[in-house]
Design a protein around this ligand. Structure first.
Ligand SMILES: [Zn+2]
Ligand SMILES: [Zn+2]
Length: 240
């Protein structure tokens, strides 16, 4: 087993096994998960415990709750990442952006949906239209890197649930939006959805990750890639 040397003021103080280093790296990341709104969408506040910089993933509803939680973490939010533009993931975007002044980032294939779909979807659900989300400041594509202080995430383009759906991978965790859930997968009956594309995304972008990768989905409790590989009923018919 390989070890990592740890120095304190130039003096060697201990060796850490790689697995311990990974654990410590994981601990250095602050992750707050909030289930918000009528669809219980997971909003994540993610940041570096050393630089105190952070991002918000999917401010789906309840702007005040999200902002209060941000305040409790002491993080300064510079970025809001939208995994996809369905209304249950962007409803509080306008308010959260206004108060944090953070940049909004989403995948380039999601912009069409971003401007029209939330309104259409709300009206079809009989809900009152909300404040139109602000336009994105940054367009993402597969393989892009997102830096949050000393944390780094890779953008995985995972179309299927929506054309510009993304997952964010970094530091042993993946934020999977509505692509993969704990024993579930995203529905594909919305405009721009495709079951084949979703399965391809899950197979080629997520199931290639190590079993111990923690999955933080857009709805429901966290899981791991290994648990999903072994037990997710929607993945069993597909060679993964
Ligand atoms: Zn969705
Ligand atoms: Zn959703």
């Amino acid at each position: 087993m390989s070890n990592r040397a740890v120095f304190l003021r130039g003096k060697l103080v201990l060796y850490l096994a790689d697995s311990t280093v990974k654990l410590l790296e994981k601990r250095a990341m602050i992750i707050k998960m909030l289930a918000v709104g009528p669809f219980a969408s997971n909003c994540y506040i993610v940041g570096s415990s050393s630089t105190r910089e952070g991002m918000i993933i999917d401010p789906g509803a309840e702007a005040e709750t999200i902002l209060r939680t941000v305040q409790q973490t002491g993080l300064s939010i510079s970025l809001i990442v939208v995994t996809h533009a369905h209304v249950d993931h962007v409803d509080a975007l306008a308010a959260v952006k206004e108060r944090t002044n953070a940049q909004v980032a989403l995948h380039e294939a999601e912009t069409g949906l971003f401007s029209t779909a939330p309104m259409r979807m709300l009206t079809s659900l009989g809900l009152t239209p909300f404040k139109q989300p602000p336009g994105p400041d940054r367009l993402l594509k597969d393989g892009d890197r997102i830096d949050v202080g000393d944390l780094h995430f890779e953008v995985l383009h995972t179309p299927g649930h929506s054309p510009g759906g993304i997952c964010l991978l970094g530091h042993g965790v993946v934020f999977s939006g509505d692509t993969l859930f704990n024993y579930g997968i995203g529905r594909t009956d919305f405009p721009g959805g495709s079951h084949e594309r979703l399965m391809k995304s899950i197979r080629e972008k997520l199931m290639v990750l190590p079993d111990e990768t923690i999955v933080y989905p857009g709805h429901g409790p966290p899981t791991t890639i290994g648990d999903e590989r072994r037990g997710n009923p929607f993945l069993q018919d597909y060679p993964l």
